[in-house]
Design a protein around this ligand. Structure first.
Ligand code: 13P
Length: 253
C-alpha cells in the first residue's frame, strides 16, 4: 500500500515560540494515524532539532528539512549537509521546490546530485516538480514536468527511485488560493505515474507516493486526496494554522 502523506512546508515563516506552539497544538490533537498515513513537517533549519524532539513519540510524525547541499562536507559556508540532517535523526528533505528553482537557480541536474546524496544517507527526498502558468496556458505541462523527472530521477535504479516521494506543485497554484481542480491534479498524477511506469515498470510506479501541492486547505484536502493517484499533499500557508493542518492530516485516504 502506498504511503499517504500530509506534509507541511513552513517555508521561511514562524519564530521559534510560534513554531513550538503550532507543533504542540497539532500533537495535542492526538490524531490516530493509520499504518500507511504520515504527517511530515518541513521546518526551517534552526528549528530541526527542537521539532525532532517534540514529535519523537508521536506515531508516524516526521520532521523534514526544506533543503540540503549536494556535497558531503567541507568549505561551503552557509550550507547544510545530509550527514548533519542524519545526525539529527531527520528522515525527510524537500528538494527542488519551485521557490528554490526560481530564486536560487536550482537546475534539474543540480537536484539530481542532491537526490543522490540524500538517498546515500537514507533520507527520503520529497522531490517537487510542477509547471509555471505560461506552460499550463500553452498546454505543454506534461512535457515540462516529464523533463523534470527525466533529468533528476531517471538515473536511479528501480530500488532507489521507489524511496523518493514526488510532490506535484503547479506554480500557478502556490500561494495564490487558486487550486488545481481535483481532476487537473488527478490527470497530472496519473500522467507522472505513467512516465515512471514507462521507465521503471508499473509495479515500481505503483509504489511511489505522489503528493499534490498548491493552495491545499482544510476545505479542499479531502476531495483532492480522494483522487486515486493523489497520495496526500505538500501544504504551505494552511500548514501554519493548527486546526487547518489537523483537518488536512485527517483527510488522508
Ligand atoms: P501553498 O499551500 O501556500 O499554496 O504552498 C504550497 C507549497 O509551495 C508547498 O510546498
Amino acid at each position: 500500500m502506498r504511503k499517504q502523506i500530509a506534509a507541511a512546508n513552513w517555508k521561511m515563516n514562524l519564530t521559534i515560540d510560534k513554531a513550538e506552539t503550532l507543533l504542540a497544538e497539532i500533537i495535542a490533537a492526538e490524531i490516530n494515524l493509520e499504518e500507511n498515513h504520515f504527517a511530515v513537517f518541513a521546518v526551517p533549519f534552526p528549528y530541526l532539532q527542537i521539532a525532532q524532539r517534540k514529535i519523537e513519540n508521536t506515531k508516524n510524525f516526521f520532521i523534514a528539512a526544506q533543503n540540503c547541499y549536494s556535497k558531503e562536507s567541507g568549505a561551503y559556508t552557509g550550507e547544510v549537509s545530509v550527514e548533519m540532517l542524519q545526525s539529527l535523526n531527520v528522515k525527510y528533505v524537500v528538494l527542488g521546490h519551485s521557490e528554490r528553482r526560481e530564486y536560487f537557480q536550482e537546475s534539474n541536474q543540480f537536484l539530481a546530485e542532491k537526490l543522490n546524496i540524500a538517498l546515500e544517507y537514507n533520507i527520503t527526498p520529497i522531490f517537487c516538480c510542477g509547471e509555471p502558468l505560461s506552460i499550463r496556458d500553452a498546454q505543454t505541462q506534461n512535457q515540462f514536468v516529464a523533463k523534470q523527472l527525466e533529468e533528476s530521477l531517471f538515473h536511479f535504479s528501480k530500488d532507489d527511485v521507489q524511496k523518493i516521494v514526488i510532490a506535484y506543485e503547479p506554480i500557478w497554484a502556490i500561494g495564490t488560493g487558486k487550486t488545481a481542480t481535483s481532476e487537473q491534479a488527478q490527470e497530472m498524477h496519473a500522467y507522472l505515474r505513467k512516465v515512471l511506469a514507462d521507465k521503471f515498470g508499473k509495479e515500481i510506479a505503483e509504489n511511489i507516493s505522489i503528493l499534490y501541492g498548491g493552495s491545499v486547505k482544510a476545505s479542499n484536502a479531502k476531495e483532492i486526496f480522494s483522487q486515486p493517484d493523489v497520495d496526500g499533499g505538500l501544504v504551505g500557508g494552511a500548514s501554519l494554522i493548527a486546526a487547518e493542518f489537523i483537518t488536512i492530516i485527517n483527510s488522508l485516504k
